[in-house]
Design a protein around this ligand. Structure first.
Ligand SMILES: Nc1ncnc2c1ncn2[C@@H]1O[C@H](COP(=O)(O)OP(=O)(O)O)[C@@H](O)[C@H]1O
Ligand code: SF4
Ligand SMILES: [Mg+2]
Length: 346
């Protein structure tokens, strides 16, 4: 049932691309709900459909070759029913996006000040001098030193971290209710990553802005998201409120992602366990459970029948797995290898 503070309601979203080699089902039946001001983390390896999901919700798919079905309601408004003009108004004011590579979303031949001022002037219909003042204030709020001077510079004159701050300022310019942050720190070095993530979190709190934080690194969303959805091969395979996910996870893929988070109590050169194999291609995904070819716990049933999303014990917890692992909360504290399957209770 739709709650009063529901901002975004996605129901059975499918997005596919027609290619020479066949139809790529990049998003294959995703449903999710996000309330105003909340943060949803979407986690999965490269190629699992995270970016396509975000772009589908924003209405930012390529015009040719892409097909989207299902429902996307933003404050009750069906996105697919917006005219191209209404959709343009929607971007910026309602939803905005920060991308992995800041250079792709900045215009390399336009001064930074102009890029932000234009966005404000166009969407908020304020005059240019007022828009300029707002732009300086925004650059200051994303902690760019000497914002008046930076306004006159081009993107290439800034460091990667400063460019990403400018992108955040551009994304925030029109006060969106929902911000997508698509791997916003992957291209940045580690110290800058933490600063940029903290900046996004701070802006979100101050603006009571909902955020969808997309990452391949469960560690990035661990302390930042209210809820986490794990994606694999175009589908959500597990989701829960963040604390519940870490203590009650049941899906072997989630467990594998968890064990590939770098740990602060280990030397930084310690090898992370990575998941063997690669995600399947999305033209002909494997039958049954899509993770089966890589899953240490796979049995015959996994290779023929697809597990449905079923409810876990805690409210809001759902997972797909025929032979779920023991959750961390039920394992002995030390010494035991993680995740023995328990014989198929789902
Ligand atoms: N325009 C496109 N045409 C064909 N395939 C695409 C297109 N965009 C994305 N894909 C495919 O969709 C799948 C999911 O991609 P993506 O959402 O970018 O993954 P992620 O963001 O999780 O790394 C990939 O297999 C990718 O190759
Ligand atoms: S359904 Fe089977 S293959 Fe899929 S995650 Fe569970 S145990 Fe592994
Ligand atoms: Mg991506």
């Amino acid at each position: 049932m739709e709650r009063d503070d529901t901002l975004l309601q996605v129901t059975d979203l499918h997005t596919s691309f027609a290619t020479g080699r066949g139809t790529v089902r990049a998003v294959d039946g995703v449903s999710l709900t996000l309330a105003a001001g909340r943060t949803l983390g979407i986690v999965g390896e490269s190629g699992s459909g995270k970016t396509v999901l975000a772009r589908s919700i924003m209405g930012l798919l390529p015009k040719r070759g892409a097909t989207r079905t299902g429902s996307i309601r933003f404050e009750g408004q069906e996105i697919g029913e917006l005219s191209p003009k209404d959709l343009r108004d929607f971007w910026g004011r309602q939803m905005a996006m920060i991308f992995q590579d800041p250079m792709t979303s900045l215009n390399p031949v336009m001064k930074i000040g102009k890029q932000i001022t234009e966005a404000i002037h166009e969407h908020l219909e304020v005059d240019r001098s007022h828009a300029r003042e707002m732009a300086v204030a925004l650059l200051r709020s994303v902690r760019i030193p000497e914002p008046e001077r930076r306004m006159k510079e081009y993107p290439h004159q800034l460091s990667g971290g400063m460019r990403q701050r400018v992108c955040i300022a551009v994304a925030l310019a029109c006060g969106p209710a929902l911000l997508f942050a698509d791997e916003p720190t992957t291209a940045l070095d580690v110290t800058v990553q933490a600063q940029v993530l903290e900046l996004i979190a701070q802006q979100q709190r101050e603006r009571h802005m909902a955020t969808i934080m997309i990452t391949h690194d469960l560690g990035v969303v661990a302390g930042r998201a209210d809820e986490i959805a794990v994606m694999y091969a175009g589908r959500i395979v597990e989701r829960a409120p963040t604390a519940v996910l870490f203590s009650e996870l049941r899906m072997p893929y989630t467990q594998a992602l968890l064990s590939s988070i770098p740990r602060l109590d280990q030397p930084s050169h310690a090898r992370l366990s990575t998941i063997p194999g690669r995600p399947p291609n999305l033209i002909t995904p494997p039958p049954g459970c899509r993770f089966a070819p890589r899953c240490a716990f796979a049995q015959d049933r996994c290779r023929t029948e697809e597990p449905p999303l079923v409810a876990g014990d805690a409210p809001g917890h759902e997972y797909r797995c025929w032979f779920p692992v023991d959750p961390p909360s039920r394992r002995p504290a030390t010494g035991t290898p993680v995740g023995a399957p328990n014989g198929g209770e789902a």
